[in-house]
Ligand binder design. Sequence first.
Ligand code: SAM
Length: 286
Amino acid sequence: MPPPDSFTSDTFGFNDGREAGLRDYIFSRADVETTLRNNPQAIIDAISAYTSQKGMITLGRVKINKCTDLLARLDPSPKTLVELGCYVGMSALAWGDALKKLNATTTSDQSQIPSQIPSGGASPCKVFTTELHKTFASIARDLIALAGLDDTVTVLEGPAKESLRALKATGQIDTVDVMFFDHWKDAYLPDLQACEDLGIFRKGSLILADNTDIPGTPDFNRYLEDSSTGQNKGRSGYQYHVERHETEAEMGLPMSSACPEKKNVKNWWEVSNYRNSGSPGSQFSI
Ligand SMILES: C[S@@+](CC[C@H](N)C(=O)[O-])C[C@H]1O[C@@H](n2cnc3c(N)ncnc32)[C@H](O)[C@@H]1O
């Protein structure tokens, strides 16, 4: 299923060979072993160089930096992040690298390692990223392995909702520290509610969601915003704290024509930060 109502620019393309072209580009680079291997940031830069030229639907540096800043502010450092919408693994590389670095100082403290991390695993943190398309999942796995992050980042193939259920049912996750929404927009609200039903959010879980505007995810936004103002506690009784963050686009996507109220802003992206501040039935708010 293509993006339903976004990416109207002709410069954008999806599932048309650009993704395989990215893998070829990365693995045929002369410096693949000397610069890229085991160097997530160099791979992110290399992917950026390719995807910004080809107009691909990956997160760019500006948003990645914004989100990693938000992750770095969490105390304690996040150890479990689930991403809905992997594509070729750009953002998953960033989250894996960020979580590993944020947890580097606590790796010797066994009490900090969550029980869902396999005892033989070296990584104190886990990123699970979900992807509908087999080809994209396979490209993401190759890039993640090149980055040396396959001990931390797991790519799950299939609809996000099924992956969430399986993660919970197999005990690979209990609650998450961070949930990142970046798949098709019509799935944001149903998948948020699936997270609620599965008890995946705890008090203080950080929910990040990309592309919530133009035309964005009005039902998802309303659900969270109504909860934050106390108008609606959601069907599981959660109360969210909502913040919006706008960042400039680095890919030059001309969004102003699609969004009249933003006509003076040539390029902009939004990342929204929904922090679950309650637990089912609680009145707690931060
Ligand atoms: C905008 S892209 C993700 C970009 C990625 N986060 C990055 O920054 O590189 C959205 C991806 O979500 C995937 N997707 C869409 N609906 C999905 C679903 N229900 N479950 C899992 N993946 C889905 C699409 O196949 C697509 O690859």
